[in-house]
Design a protein around this ligand. Structure first.
Ligand SMILES: NC(=O)c1ccc[n+]([C@@H]2O[C@H](COP(=O)([O-])OP(=O)(O)OC[C@H]3O[C@@H](n4cnc5c(N)ncnc54)[C@H](O)[C@@H]3O)[C@@H](O)[C@H]2O)c1
Length: 243
């Protein structure tokens, strides 16, 4: 169970905390990997760590062209694509009343447009392999972020809705699902002041932050055994919000 032998996965934002955890877990399960990120040094170092079964691909997935180039590079190298993980994302903390049009365009492009156009570029290849798309949404897309991330929250809600719509269009060939992490032990959450973090933990039934490995395991499930799931979003949030 949970093996990915002979499968090729493309992971966006692969140099980041959750992306690299997904890459290491997928590699341990036998996958070949296209590691995509704007951070060239980050993906090069990770590809070196994960052996010749992993290729580094520097690409900016905030444009449709960047998404296409990343998918083309992966298929050229491995001749197939089985799993797309739309993970690249940014969460600048900007108060609603101070957000600018430039902030909007940037956050929407990196978080939301990338999910849409990477999925579109990957779809013909995934149709051939009966593949999977898994996108990283967020608790914020369900409930709205607690602090200064209104645009971010909108992009994550959009990922949950687009997951359902794209799942219908790509059925029955490709399954399309999302994972919505809650507060994960990572730089994105550790920017909170200690007293705010303590207050946050008191609202989470499991009384701790999640780990990047726990998010990666939910993504692995959708990439392997979750064969009768499509259009779904799995919450990995310690019970912070129960739907
Ligand atoms: N960390 C959390 O607590 C948390 C909670 C919920 C959801 N998420 C989501 O998980 C995903 C990963 O978050 P993380 O905590 O690992 O963050 P991270 O900052 O460690 O990783 C994000 C990665 O995306 C890359 N990236 C940014 N813009 C890009 C672009 N235009 N093209 C290609 N790559 C780009 C960055 O270089 C970085 O390596 C994000 O979508 C985030 O919104 C994180």
């Amino acid at each position: 169970m949970f093996r990915l032998d002979g499968k090729v996965a493309l992971i966006t934002g692969a140099a980041g905390e959750i992306g690299s955890a997904v890459a290491r877990l997928f590699r341990s399960q036998g996958a070949s990997l296209a590691l995509v990120d704007v951070n060239q040094q980050g993906v090069l170092a990770l590809a070196e760590e994960l052996s010749e079964a992993a290729m580094a691909c520097q690409a900016d997935v905030s444009t449709a062209g960047g998404c296409r180039r990343a998918v083309d590079a992966a298929v050229e190298r491995f001749q197939r694509l089985d799993v797309l993980v739309n993970n690249a994302g940014i969460c600048p903390r900007i108060p609603f009343l101070k957000s600018t049009e430039e902030d909007w365009d940037r956050i929407v492009a990196v978080n939301q447009k990338s999910m849409y156009f990477c999925s579109q570029a990957a779809a013909p290849h995934l149709r051939r392999t009966k593949g999977r798309i898994i996108s990283v949404a967020s608790y914020a897309g369900r409930a709205g972020a607690a602090a200064n991330a209104s645009i971010y929250s909108g992009t994550k809600g959009a990922i949950i809705a687009m997951t359902k719509a794209i799942a219908r269009e790509l059925a029955p060939d490709v399954t399309v699902n999302a994972v919505a992490p809650g507060a994960i032990d990572s730089a994105m959450v550790n920017v909170l002041a200690p007293d705010r973090l303590q207050a946050l933990l008191q609202t989470i039934p499991l009384q701790r932050l999640g780990t990047v490995d726990e998010v990666a395991k939910a993504i692995l499930f959708l990439a392997t055994e979750g064969s009768y799931m499509t259009g779904a979003t799995i919450d990995a949030n310690g019970g912070w919000m129960m739907l």
